[in-house]
Design a protein around this ligand. Sequence first.
Ligand code: AMP
Ligand code: MG
Length: 376
Amino acid sequence: MLRTFQKVKIFTAAVCLILVLCLTLGGCGGASAQRLKRYSTQYFDLFDTVTVFTAYTADQDEFDRYAGEMYAEMAEFHRLFDIYHDYEGVNTIKTINDNAGISPVRVDGRIIGLLEEAVSLYELTGGAVNVAMGSVLSIWHEYREAALADPEWAQVPPMELLEEAAAHMDITKLQIDRQAGTVYLDDPGMSLDVGAVAKGYATEMVSRKLREDGLTSAMLNVGGNVRTIGAKPAGGWPAVAGFGGEPVAAESGGEPWAVGIQNPDAESSEAYLHSVSLIDAALVTSGTYQRYYEVDGVRYHHIIHPDLLMPWNRYESVTILCGDSGLADCLSTAVFNMEMEAGLALIEGMDGVEALWIYPDKTEVRSSGFAGYEQS
Ligand code: AMP
Ligand code: MG
């Protein structure tokens, strides 16, 4: 039999051992949060752009699991929202287009979700973003591709051709039947182009899934369409992985993610004009510099004004900041096509949505709460 004082000694020693283990392994409560490290990776085959995924996780294995999940989910959205390619056994946006005027197409709920959001944004913005503009957008796409392949050939599409196509962009002919799970285009000359909304919607859905599955601190950047999950953790642990083996600078202290707003002037030595602080938020920019071609020294970019049927050069870029990257993507394209008064009124009327307009002469306009997110 042990005497009482011996029992107390053993008990005290055991408590001390547990405490030491807790402190060393960091497995107890708050200490574990400080053990997160920063990892980053990138992909080049999603949505025809560069995807950068950065996250704080306990170790490389955990990061790889989230990165694998992110990639697999994004790849599915990429296939479903594709308008150019066919995929065996999957009905996509292209399948809907191929069946315009022929029959409704049974589609995945994610396509229905995207199209419903696009229709509600069409209504909210007076048609400034219209996913049923495929007939007009495909002409611009063809002319741009041809011009990029052979700059000497570069031409602007004839207005008669654009006007003919514009007879087939009535979004009320996009029939979404949520119950039946089908989509039908009731005009054989009509087609969908979801380029203005798809990346943002996919990024939002995938970010939400990762958060649900336990990821607490990450940034998903799909071609400049940025969505952050949580904040950067407190602790100041050193980075352990970076692009191409380069170390990423060590981060410290429970801070928001810093996201740069690109300078529309690609020739400038300043790549970013401003930087904003984001926690669980999205930042999306529509700009004239992102995709364009030139004819006789004039730039023809990829955002087409639905009334003019031409690129409108009123702004160089419009950036939207809000909590939902799907909404931010829809709004960035729509507000780009709106007069300042209407665009500003729209943004000011929406809770938690801010915007920054940059004009070709570099003048900037901010919605009332935008500066609150800017880093000095
Ligand atoms: P974003 O970069 O998000 O502004 O989207 C631009 C892309 O959306 C273009 O490449 C087109 O595919 C498509 N697009 C261009 N103009 C419009 C428009 N007015 N409404 C809907 N989609 C558009
Ligand atoms: Mg957009």
